[in-house]
Ligand binder design. Sequence first.
Ligand code: ADP
Ligand code: MG
Length: 233
Amino acid sequence: MVLKKKKLNSKDASRKLVTALDPKSPISEQYRTIRTNIQYSSIDKEIRAIMVTSSGPAEGKSTTAANLAVTFSQLGKKVLLVDADLRKPTVHHTFGVNNLFGFTTVLTKQKTLDKTILETEEQDLYILTSGPIPPNPAELLSSKSMEQFIEDAKSQFEYIIFDTPPLLAVADPQILANQVDASILVVFSEKTEIDQAKKSKELLENAQSKLLGVVLNHKEVQNGDYYYYYGSK
Ligand SMILES: Nc1ncnc2c1ncn2[C@@H]1O[C@H](COP(=O)(O)OP(=O)(O)O)[C@@H](O)[C@H]1O
Ligand SMILES: [Mg+2]
């Protein structure tokens, strides 16, 4: 069972989530399109634990992960957003909470999952902040405890979305890729180098991860396209 905790106000948070603030906006509609695509990809294999990654820093991993988590919760399914970026965690900033306990606390068995997750203001959306940053993140992520974590989380949540560090910087996302059901690669329009994106795709394939697709973040849209998109809903 999920313990009721203080409700978190994502609308007052320092980093705004467009899908929560303005679900009717064209951007939120784009996130719903990604959600639908993920659901269609689930036909052969159940996809419930999904990680969001990218080649480098500041390409929109956390933004994408958080907005996708909100979008899935808007289907009325219980969703857990996990901050698995144990290098530069941000989920606690996004939701304006402290980060004394979290994912690492659960992995090291100091607390149980249901005592560590936090309810948010979005119905059906729960978060697990990173917790204290350990000296050995990669080791922790490849532990038996991580397998157990995914099993536990799946027994309580319909979807588990993992925010991760950059693929080309550390081994963590590759380790996670091997344990989740599928991964999503974020590419920042006109910033991510094509070679880096290709390399990232290779690393995910090496980790035997099902790559669901690439999210093109920060793509400039023409006014016409923008309204066309909106109108085509
Ligand atoms: N499409 C976008 N438009 C505007 N700002 C964005 C967009 N995507 C990300 N950002 C901003 O860029 C910064 C880095 O994004 P973030 O999601 O934290 O990246 P990462 O998790 O890959 O490091 C944040 O301040 C975020 O709000
Ligand atoms: Mg991030």
